[in-house]
Design a binder for this molecule. Structure first.
Ligand code: MTE
Length: 315
């Protein structure tokens, strides 16, 4: 992305702390700070909220997940700064609860819903997905969430609804990155409605079995595993059904570099770097880059959505 400070693929070698030790440290710090997670203060309950979910092995990769530390300290969340460590360092004042999401536009069931109301009817699943960032690195993340398609169905979109648009919260007092015009805030994204209702597309509320940390998009974020990571918008406050293709933040910012579709495609290079290979975060600086797979390895499930579409033009 244009504001990079260094070669994005040159990740620091991962210092993998065993997850339990890392969590123990986090709990202690949280308890000291009296942080609230899942509505309960860690000062009174030293254990972060565990989620109840079933594992969806059929839709999970068998590749080993990245460490909790990698996933929560190497982030893109420009609302908290453009450096990879900024979101974990600077998101401590962000308050993801209470939270409401506005469902608007071309649907019968519109309105403003609390996070709890939105989640109630949807059993949670764990799905281990690859995340391929446009910056040519990747991770494997055990998300906890539910299919966006189930929520879309409940909203009963009208026949005019062709797209689903998403908007991130705008709170410069809690999100220091929003005090600078790095992007045109608020961050917005969009999907075609058939992409939004594809069974692989989820709204995530957790990872590694626990509520999402702020830096990963608490309390609710999109995950679309066959698209570059920037489509997976974080901290969502609005879901809008639209007739026209909605604007997206990175396309607005640099249209020649980031298209609406953003499907992972090793054959279409970014204008400033190749997309043919990727570097797995945590694998160490000297390990070989691995080939990037069409649609991030999900071609069997999603290629049919794009039959007849020129994927070089619709990048
Ligand atoms: N959502 C918002 N609101 N702001 C952002 O800057 N960055 C995107 C995406 N969602 C971003 C965002 C990018 S570029 C990536 S690669 C993924 O979030 C990274 O998600 P992760 O940090 O949870 O791995």
């Amino acid at each position: 992305m244009p504001k990079r400070r260094r070669d994005p693929s040159m990740a620091l070698p991962s210092e993998i702390t065993p997850r339990e030790i890392y969590l123990g440290r986090r709990r202690l710090l949280g308890a000291l700070a009296g942080l609230a997670i899942g509505g309960t203060s860690l000062a009174s309950s030293p254990v972060p909220a565990r989620l109840t979910y079933r594992k969806n092995a059929a839709l999970s990769t068998t590749e080993p997940p990245n460490s909790y530390e990698d996933i929560t300290t190497y982030n893109n969340f420009y609302e908290f700064g453009t450096g990879k460590a900024d979101p974990s360092r600077l998101s401590g004042s962000f308050r993801p609860r209470p939270w409401t999401v506005a469902i608007t536009g071309e649907a019968e069931q519109t309105g403003t819903y609390t996070l709890e109301d939105l989640l109630k009817p949807h059993p949670l699943e764990e799905r281990i997905y690859r995340l391929r960032c446009v910056e040519a690195w990747s991770m494997v993340i055990p998300w906890v969430g539910f299919p966006l398609g189930d929520l879309v169905k409940r909203c009963r979109p009208t026949s005019r609804a062709k797209y689903v648009a998403f908007r991130t919260v705008e709170r410069p007092s809690e999100m220091p990155g929003q005090r600078f015009p790095v992007l045109d805030w608020p961050y917005v994204e969009g999907l075609r409605i058939d992409e939004a209702t594809h069974p692989l597309t989820i709204l995530a509320v957790g990872l590694y079995g626990e509520v999402l940390p702020n830096q990963n998009g608490a309390p609710l974020r999109l995950v679309v595993p066959w698209k570059y990571g920037f489509k997976s918008i974080k901290s969502i406050v609005e879901i809008r059904f639209t007739e026209r293709q909605p604007p997206t933040s990175w396309n607005r910012s640099a249209p020649h570099e980031y298209g609406f579709y953003a499907n992972v495609n090793p054959e279409v290079d970014h204008p400033r770097w190749s997309q043919a290979r990727e570097r797995r975060i945590g694998a160490g600086v000297f390990s070989a880059r691995q080939p990037t797979l069409p649609f991030n390895g999900y071609a069997d499930q999603v290629a049919a959505l794009y039959r007849g579409l020129d994927l070089r033009k619709n990048y």
